[in-house]
Structures are given as C-alpha cells and as structure tokens.
Unconditional design. Structure first.
Length: 226
C-alpha cells in the first residue's frame, strides 16, 4: 500500500504544478467501500486522515474502530433521507446533496445536534441516467437555496465523472465543474466557504487535479482491487 500511496501523492504533486495550485490544497480522500478495517487502519498508519464511505451503515461500522487515529469521514454516496441523522452524526462533510428535501432533513438533523454541517452539491455532470445529481439548469439556483439554511454550510460541488479508459475524455467534464464552481462563488459572494471541488477517482484524478480539483476520492488506487 505504501508504494501505491507514494505514487498517487507524486502524481498529485505533478498535476498540481500543472494547475498552478499548491499540493496541500488538494485533499486525498481514501474511499473505503468494501474495504475491511485492517486495511483502513494500515492506510491511517501511513498518514491518510480522510476516508470516504458510500453507505451510512458501513461508516457506522468502521468509524468507531478507528478512534485511535484523528480521522475525518466523508459521506460520498447517495444519501437517503432516513439515513440523514446517522450521516450528520458521523460525517465531517456530505458530498451528495441533490434535492431540497435532503437539504431540509440535513438542516434539521444538524440543528438538533447543534452542528453546522458542511455539504457539497452533487452535479450529474454528464447527465447520465444511472447517476444521481442535479442538472446544469438547476445548479446555480440550487446553490443559492442551499445557502439559506442555518445549519448547513455550502462548501462547493462534487461529481462522479463517466467511467472511461482514457482519462482525457473526462477533462471536458472537469472543466465544466471548475467553471460551475466559479459561477456559484460569484452568485454567493457572502459565503466565503465555497472553495471545494470534489472530483476525480482512481482512473482520472490526475486530469481532475489539473482542472482544479481540491479533493480527489481514490479507492482502488490506494487499497488495490476489492
């Protein structure tokens, strides 16, 4: 795992140089879907501090077993409204906000905990029927609505780009995401927290970083095949 992790960090470093960003502006989130706790602990031992889970019940099982490490957990998968309370209890950030109803439930749950919940809006960047997320037409208006809730802090946007053999094919989508983030920032200038662009996974994270990603979500590249 150490060799794989070092390779990823080196590639992120090179991609950030191309993008003009600083390396420490790109956060590496290790995706733990179907990964057992022993391997997650190994990643934590090697310096990983941020972990991403697709399912609330899996986060609930794994998070308590990593108490000896200062780890942060991200909810990166589709979030059902009946799982919101648990997600708010455990997640430092929810990446997959895609409806007003979900916003309202997160706001309510965060309020009960006395917490300001960091969230990202999920954008269905390639308009794929099989994926969650809001459309291009909704994006800026949705962001505006997100900023009115007292217990939610909009931090930016997230996407799951199409699976492609050639990562360059996703560059156009990552560029659209970067431009959308700029539009949202300009429309919500009173919110100085909108700075996160969560995009790029094992097969395309270098291109994503070159196009401005501040957060990449990598599973197989770190842990190997599941």
């Amino acid at each position: 795992m150490l060799e794989r992790l070092n390779e990823i960090k080196e590639k992120i470093k090179k991609a950030t140089l191309k993008s003009g960003k600083l390396q420490n502006e790109v956060k590496l989130v290790a995706v733990t879907k179907k990964i057992e706790i022993e391997r997650i602990k190994e990643a934590a031992f090697l310096g990983i501090t941020d972990f991403g889970e697709n399912h609330v019940q899996e986060m609930a099982r794994k998070q308590p077993q990593l108490t000896e490490n200062k780890s942060s957990w991200h909810m990166i998968g589709h979030l059902q409204t009946n799982k919101v309370r648990q997600a708010v209890e455990m997640a430092c950030m929810i990446h997959s906000i895609d409806s007003i109803r979900l916003l309202e439930e997160v706001d309510k749950a965060a309020g009960k905990r006395g917490k300001i919940q960091d969230v990202l809006i999920e954008r269905n960047i390639a308009e794929e029927m099989s994926k969650y997320g809001i459309s291009a037409e909704e994006a800026t208006k949705f962001a505006k609505k997100t900023c009115i809730y007292n217990n939610i802090r909009l931090r930016g946007i997230m996407c799951v780009a199409p699976f492609v053999e050639n990562a360059e094919k996703n560059r156009v989508y990552f560029r659209k995401m970067r431009n959308l983030l700029i539009d949202i920032q300009q429309e919500n200038k009173d919110n100085g927290f909108i700075d996160c662009l969560s995009m790029g996974m094992t097969g395309d994270y270098e291109v994503a970083v070159e196009e401005g990603a501040t957060m990449v979500r990598i599973g197989t590249g770190i842990f190997g095949d599941r």
